[in-house]
Write a protein that binds this ligand. Structure first.
Ligand SMILES: Cc1cc2nc3c(=O)[nH]c(=O)nc-3n(C[C@H](O)[C@H](O)[C@H](O)COP(=O)(O)O)c2cc1C
Length: 396
């Protein structure tokens, strides 16, 4: 998906350097051309050889060392980059960028680039909370640098608190979203997105669920955020880590999701219903575990609330997007859903194919509106999300 894209990764001297190895490997697998610049301090943790082997490119550390390219190296890499990702980013590099210091290869290349720069800071919690560091970070955000906020949790230095480098998968997802986002064309727009599969409890240990992984909704949330929107993600069950910089509301069951979506609909410019919401729930939720007995067991089920139809019924001035997971008559079913639910867009996907749909990283969809059908070939879910947002943006 990143064929032809050039990403320069800056690696600085933090304990989380080892995670940068995985980041390089993941970006290579996605097809990007990756160049790594390490600071001198970073080479104390991991050798350049590791990054060279994974990126298939020479690693640059020394400003005045033997040149690997025919032209001035910091300018060449700065010009070549479609995106620069600094992970982990030390307090030191953040301080240097914020103060216009260019005293080694990495800080000089960052100064020289016109590409988007994404910073993923990681450090001890007291360093992270230091007001000088926080001021530097805020200043860089104001100046248009993108920041992947650090996670909270157990830190390698033995402290608890904010400062952990997020998982490589999360960093790569964010970096890809920023790379795909051409501009902040959704700035000032509020978008609510539902994701994941609901769970309808039968007793304290059992539920009726579905195979939705939440990846489509989470990709939409990441992409909308990268394009500048204020995002509220109403999430049912998923194993995924929450996207950075979005408001999250957890809603496990269909009725809980119904309540949260309707309570929070006011002021949203668009609502995208990407969650797989159960159509039925057990009529009764037992207080204790259902005991095994001889013979078959019948369950009585009730219909759940139809969230999309409820939103369409007394439609506000907002764009409504529904999903139709179909295994046959995909277009016909989606067109009928568009009309019945008074939606503006229906994203139809074929869940009968193994390599697309529910838990896969890729999907193949048709985006249906009143006057057109836009076919999106099999692509990564972040790319699909970007295309859905393109269609939604036309209607905003
Ligand atoms: C074992 C060890 C772990 C460190 N971890 C971090 C870290 O996670 N984050 C950070 O900002 N600095 C960390 N430092 C301090 C930096 O290495 C130091 O500030 C250095 O000057 C950073 O240089 P650079 O930004 O050029 O890579 C650590 C130092 C040591 C010795």
């Amino acid at each position: 998906m990143l064929k032809g894209k050039k990403i320069v990764i800056g690696v600085t001297g933090g304990i989380a350097v080892y995670k940068a190895v995985d980041i390089v490997s993941r970006l290579k697998k996605l097809g990007a051309e990756v160049n790594v610049i390490m600071t001198k301090a970073a080479t104390e943790f991991v050798t350049p050889l590791t990054f060279q082997s994974l990126s298939h490119n020479p690693v640059v550390v020394d400003m005045f060392g033997k040149a690997h390219y025919w032209d001035v190296e910091h300018i060449s890499l700065a010009d070549k980059a479609d995106l620069m990702l600094i992970a982990p980013a030390t307090a030191n590099i953040i301080g240097k960028i914020a103060n216009g210091i260019a005293d080694d290869m990495l800080s000089t290349t960052i100064m020289a680039t016109k590409a988007k720069v994404v910073l993923s800071p990681a450090m001890n919690v007291n360093m992270y909370n230091n007001p000088i560091f926080q001021e530097n970070l805020s200043y860089l955000k104001e100046k248009g640098y993108k920041v992947i906020e650090a996670d909270a949790g157990y830190l390698a230095c033995g402290y608890e608190g904010r400062g952990r480098l997020p998982d490589p998968e999360e960093i790569v997802n964010n970096a890809v979203a920023y790379l795909l986002a051409q501009e902040e064309d959704l700035k000032g727009k509020r978008i609510m997105i539902t994701a994941g599969g609901t769970r309808e409890e039968l007793d304290p240990v059992r539920y009726l669920g579905n195979n939705s992984s939440g990846k489509m909704g989470y990709s939409l949330a990441r992409m909308a955020k990268a394009r500048g929107a204020d995002v509220t993600l109403v999430s049912a069950s998923t194993e995924l880590s929450p996207p950075k910089g979005v408001d999250i509301i957890i809603a496990q069951s269909a009725s809980h999701m119904y309540k949260e979506v309707l309570e929070n609909r006011e002021g949203q410019d668009a609502i995208i219903m990407a969650a797989a919401v159960a159509d039925y729930r057990p009529k009764r939720r037992l207080d204790s575990k259902l005991k095994k007995k001889e013979g078959p067991l019948s369950l009585e089920l009730d219909r759940t609330e139809d969230i999309l139809a409820s939103l369409g019924k007394d439609k506000k001035d907002q764009v409504l997007v529904g999903f139709a997971a179909e295994s046959d008559n995909i277009i016909e079913n989606a067109e009928s859903k568009l009309k019945r639910k008074k939606a503006d867009l229906i994203v139809a996907n074929d869940i009968s194919k193994d390599d697309t749909g529910f838990s896969s990283d890729s999907n193949q969809v048709v985006i249906i509106s009143e006057d057109k059908e836009v076919e999106i070939p099999k692509s990564n879910k972040l790319v699909i999300a970007d295309k859905i947002l393109d269609q939604l943006n036309i209607l905003l």
